[in-house]
Unconditional design. Structure first.
Length: 355
């Protein structure tokens, strides 16, 4: 296992921006009747999601989320030394979206900007990247964006994905603090042999877009999609998710000699309530220590962990100190677990996107 410890970096704020449009799973036309819809809701725990209007990108949600957070933190745009943007549904293949955001947000031209096209493990990987950059003390303040507009790259006629995925952007503010004594601790893993468990076959240089790739095809009853649409092979993902994330967390706990009983919260990737409950039970944590927001927001990929923090525990995070675990897992297949502390965050902001 790969382990990493980063010192002198403190989380000081969080923000989430979601579209105002709510899509209820019970009303989706892909289901034959309410009985079929209710089965999916019961098996996933996802009742509804937020979805953007066509033409709105993940960076648009990000722009408003960052502006709200900077205001609450009393940061000026020129204060931001680093911006990392984790997203699969980026604005363009090139250039990087973080460069576009640097200009839109008025950040300095010497701001460190980086895109990471990671999926469900992206917040943990992004935290390790941004914290590593800040830990030297030369760059003081950074923002980690995890954003996704899943509704734009998944077929609305595919009942294996349409009920699951929502749109959101989150922003995590980190700051170098030489006096901060609580480390960030990580472990990571990847199994590229499972890359087709969650993938988009056409659109890259391996399989460029062809006329055939943009034609809808009925793969099976209730599953109609194009070659450029994201595919989720549910059983492969399920088999991976109930085995690997618990092992990842267990290795983190063992390596860093963590007393699980002292953990205040475990924030899991919001993929599926049944999967997350299996992970929670393997760690023997009570329900109140493992917050969920997937019932209202669905699976928002890399945004899901910070979204759960904002949606479920905003008041607590601003008014107390907590020892937390997190685990992200999915596309890749990749996973990452981390231990971190929060201490009276200066801002925890939830906002709806204003068109």
């Amino acid at each position: 296992m790969s382990f990493l410890t980063i010192n002198n970096v403190k989380m000081i704020g969080l923000a989430a921006c979601v579209p105002p449009t709510i899509e209820e799973n019970i009303s989706l036309p892909i289901f034959e009747d309410e009985s079929e819809a209710n089965k999916v809701i019961a098996s996933t725990g996802i009742e509804r999601k937020r979805v953007v209007k066509p033409g709105t990108t993940a960076s648009d949600l990000t722009f408003q989320g960052v502006q709200k957070l900077l205001k609450e933190l009393d940061w000026a745009p020129e204060d931001v030394d680093a911006l990392i943007y984790v997203c699969v549904s980026r604005d363009y293949i090139a250039p990087i979206t973080s460069a576009i955001l640097q200009d839109r947000l008025g950040f300095r031209q010497d701001c460190y900007c980086l895109d990471l096209p990671l999926g469900c493990s992206g917040w943990v990987y992004g935290m390790s990247n941004l914290a590593s950059i800040l830990s030297h003390g030369d760059l003081k303040k950074g923002l980690l964006v995890c954003a996704e507009t899943n509704s734009l790259n998944r077929s609305a006629k595919d009942k294996t994905v349409k009920p699951l995925f929502g749109d959101a952007a989150t922003v995590t503010a980190l700051e170098y603090d030489a006096a901060w004594e609580k480390p960030l601790q990580f472990t990571f893993g990847v199994d590229g042999s499972g890359y087709q468990a969650v993938w988009t076959e056409f659109g890259g240089t391996r399989n460029p877009i062809t006329p055939e790739a943009i034609v809808e095809k009925e793969v099976e009853p209730g599953v109609i999609r194009k070659g450029i649409d994201m595919v989720v092979n549910g059983m492969d993902v399920f088999s991976f998710a109930i085995k690997v994330p618990p092992r990842s967390l267990a290795s983190l706990i063992e390596h860093f000699e963590i007393d699980v009983e002292k953990i205040d919260f475990l924030f899991l990737h919001q993929a599926n309530k049944y999967i997350d409950d299996r992970i929670r039970k393997k760690l023997k944590l009570p329900e109140e220590k493992v917050p969920y927001c997937l019932q209202d927001f669905g699976n928002t990929n890399s945004a899901s962990i910070p979204l759960a923090m904002v949606a479920c525990k905003a008041k607590e995070l601003m008014n107390g100190s907590f020892e937390c675990l997190a685990c992200g897992f999915g596309v890749g297949l990749a996973w990452g677990s981390m231990r971190y502390w929060t201490d009276h965050l200066k801002a925890v902001v939830m906002c709806e996107y204003e068109y």
